[in-house]
Design a protein around this ligand. Sequence first.
Ligand code: AMP
Ligand code: MG
Length: 486
Amino acid sequence: MNTLDTLAFDNRYARLPETFYSRVRPRGFARPQLVAFNPEVAALLDLDPAEATRAEFAACFGGQRLPAGSDPIAMKYTGHQFGVYNPELGDGRGLLLGQVRNTRGEYWDLHLKGAGPTPYSRFGDGRAVLRSCIREYLGGEAMHGLGIPTTRALCIIGSDEPVQRETVETGAMLLRVADSHIRFGHFEWLFHSGEHAALRDFADQVIAWHFPQLAGRPGAHRDFFAEVTARTARLMAQWQLAGFAHGVMNSDNFSITGATFDYGPFGFLDAYAPGFICNHSDHQGRYAWHRQPSIGLWNLNALAHALSGLIARDDLVAILQDYEPELIRHYDAGLRAKLGLKREQPGDRELSIAYLELLMKEGADYTRSFRRLAGVGRAEEKPALRDDFVDREAFDAWCRLYQARLQAEAASDTERAAQMNAVNPKYVLRNYMAQVAIDRAQQGDFSEIETLRQLLAKPFDEQPAQERYAALPPDWGRHLEISCSS
Ligand code: AMP
Ligand code: MG
């Protein structure tokens, strides 16, 4: 177990040429305060959780002093924002403190979000607000609990520093922990600035760090792009299956390792509405929920373009063509599992889609409608789920087909219910839940953040004491407007 002073830093990114970043010191908060601490992430870093109770902890991750061995840098990258290339990007309000290597040999990036201005801040103040740090902290835990690759966070440090957004809020810092902070946009930066030799070296380095099984092999660049494509396809399938909407799928917010990255105005579906736009500032709906799979491909196209000096055009095209079938394979298998169908049969896809259409017409709750499906017995006349639907006849018609299909399954109703409950979460991070935690935190009560962290760590379990979080969202919580500003 390490203390703050003995974390095992091995800052390999900072050993890249200095054109890749700028060395920047954090601008600390005058009165940093511990808001949230995540013992699971501390364990990833071999950090003794008792460290969080020391005043130095808040001072450290509130930017006042640095953890021993860190070497803070702002990374340079670019990317496509809402379809337009922006050459001016980079870490504008976050610093990569370095990599910690744990006793299992894993490397974890420590990134302090909200640490003050950098050369890439442009018009921004370099800060993050408490509201957005809480959302990112809980978003990462919710996704991790669902088994979806994601960045996470060790802690949130609050302050009394005023930060102007739509209203005056207070600044906070989030210590983000990720397998990588390398974005599609890193490659776009090198390509579009004509740094072709550096791009080749960087690609080799990224392969050595994150895809070591490919390092030094013939065709490594091609296989690397194929792997990034496959991981992105699977991630998009997982987002769709979970009803997760990212909100700002710019290519600088896409991780090269296929992890969910850079939580902004994200949201989970309440009612099943495929056109759901979680980002109030996304007027065209470019990142609407049902467009996410195609935007994943769009971003991979941008990456393919950036890699066109390393990989033959025909290979790039062939790999991109594999994206859709890979995504659909995972999505279909996931949907079948959500319906409790173990043995694939013709017609399964149509049956699943018909359920989704039913939910859409009803405006039924996505998470709850799948969770409660497990309670439908194959011979049950009027399952409890029926009462969730206004158009009972439409439900009955679909349910008859579903029950007929269940006859072909070997598992008993009880066994199938258990299997379904392991893939259909009971609890997701609904916007209103995050909002309650935020409102209380802004009043100085941080307990709801910890309650939700523990809840979302086990989203598939029955948690009888927490039943209220499985209910439909309150009316005020259905139409919260979440903007880009964070
Ligand atoms: P995001 O929308 O959070 O992914 O940020 C897009 C770009 O804007 C990144 O280069 C960020 O570092 C930068 N940025 C966002 N907010 C701020 C801010 N408050 N101050 C400085 N830079 C920012
Ligand atoms: Mg970003």
